[in-house]
Ligand binder design. Structure first.
Ligand SMILES: Cc1cc2nc3c(=O)[nH]c(=O)nc-3n(C[C@H](O)[C@H](O)[C@H](O)COP(=O)(O)O)c2cc1C
Length: 332
């Protein structure tokens, strides 16, 4: 039996398979089940910066409309504002505390954010509640043609600078791959003092219902084919960064997990495959990893981690290839 332990974010994990932020990790009971199923760690369902702000806005609008009760200057509005924020926050803090009471595996709190605004003042609450680390899912779609690319990049650095000064627990950034120079962005982020980068977050994609001419949601769950983008950047960057890298998106099987480790990942996060196949999938993936390591004669993950990274592979140019020319010409 191989040894699957790994270090991620400075934390000791029994294995590198982390259940990513999702509805799977939104209650202490679920998290206990994931621990029993073998998860190395969990990232809690995110608290959304937008969610807090939207809730505040909606209630304030409602209150403003009822000017029989609340004048625009009334202090009641401030109380509503504070109360809503506390309710959302306190429920999240309760989740951290409860999860920490129930499980031994690391519990990573998560915030979905798009700015370095007020939510940052809450960062240390998660630490106080007992979270082992904090993961920030910074999700900015570069869709505004008026916004310079460096302005979007700056948001990441502003958030990190402010949050790092407020917490002592390890900090991780879950980032997008939509950058003009992704390699440079990953490298610069890794030099900010953060402990890990999760590559990559996965955006909701709008779809159409062509019969009703309406927009509909699609692709809630990933497919294994989506893991290629992460694999490329994991392989290119794993030997160049100053922090851990965790792989996310499209990791559905033991094979996917092994490939990310070979590219240099310290850990991987899985969500869709557990939704689709149930919690037993965790043991299947870990069993597959164990069996493969036994077959190849590896006792520890460090013996093969990064073996196929761009730095170590026999064919580094494969990572840079973006055209299919040769393959297309062979297809008749
Ligand atoms: C139902 C569902 C809920 C999710 N909720 C969150 C969330 O709250 N915060 C977050 O950062 N990511 C969230 N994600 C994204 C996942 O953490 C993950 O990044 C994404 O699903 C890609 O990984 P996968 O291919 O293993 O599914 C969610 C994904 C799903 C399917």
């Amino acid at each position: 039996m191989a040894e699957l332990t790994t270090k991620y974010l400075g934390l000791s994990l029994a294995n590198p398979l982390i259940v990513g932020s999702s509805g799977l990790t939104d209650s202490a009971d679920n998290i206990l089940e994931l621990e029993k199923a073998g998860a190395g760690a969990v990232v809690l369902k995110s608290l959304f910066e937008e969610q807090i702000m939207l809730e505040v806005d909606a209630s304030l609008k409602e209150a403003y409309q009822n000017d029989m009760i609340y004048s625009a200057k009334s202090e009641t509005l401030d109380y509503i504002d504070i109360h809503i924020r506390e309710r959302t926050l306190s429920a999240y803090i309760e989740l951290i505390k409860e999860a920490k009471k129930k499980v031994m595996i690391p519990v990573i709190a998560s915030i979905n954010c798009v700015s370095s605004a007020e939510w940052i003042n809450f960062a240390n609450y998660f630490e106080e509640a007992g979270a082992d680390a904090l993961e920030l899912n910074i999700a900015i779609l570069p869709s505004d043609e008026e916004t310079e690319a460096d302005k979007i990049e700056k948001v990441y650095f502003d958030i990190i600078e402010k949050v790092i000064s407020r917490i002592k627990i390890p900090l991780s950034i879950k980032m997008s791959s939509s950058f003009t120079n992704l390699a440079q962005m990953i490298k610069r982020l890794s030099e900010t003092g953060i402990n890990s980068i999760v590559m990559f977050n996965r955006f909701y994609t709008p779809d159409f219902d062509i019969n009703n001419f309406t927009e509909k949601s699609s692709n809630t769950f990933s497919t294994p084919e989506e893991s290629g983008n992460t694999r490329r950047w994991m392989g290119i960057m794993s030997s160049k960064v100053n922090c851990d890298l965790a792989a996310s998106t499209g990791i559905h099987s033991a094979e996917d997990l092994i490939k990310q480790l070979l590219a240099g990942a310290k850990a991987v996060q899985a969500v869709s495959t557990i939704y689709r196949n149930g919690k037993d999938q965790i043991q299947k993936m870990l069993g597959g990893l164990n069996q493969w390591m036994d077959e190849k004669g590896y006792n520890t993950i460090e013996q093969f981690r990064g073996k196929l990274s761009q730095e170590k592979t026999a064919n580094p140019s494969a990572y840079e290839r973006i055209q299919f020319m040769k393959y297309f010409s062979e297809i008749k």
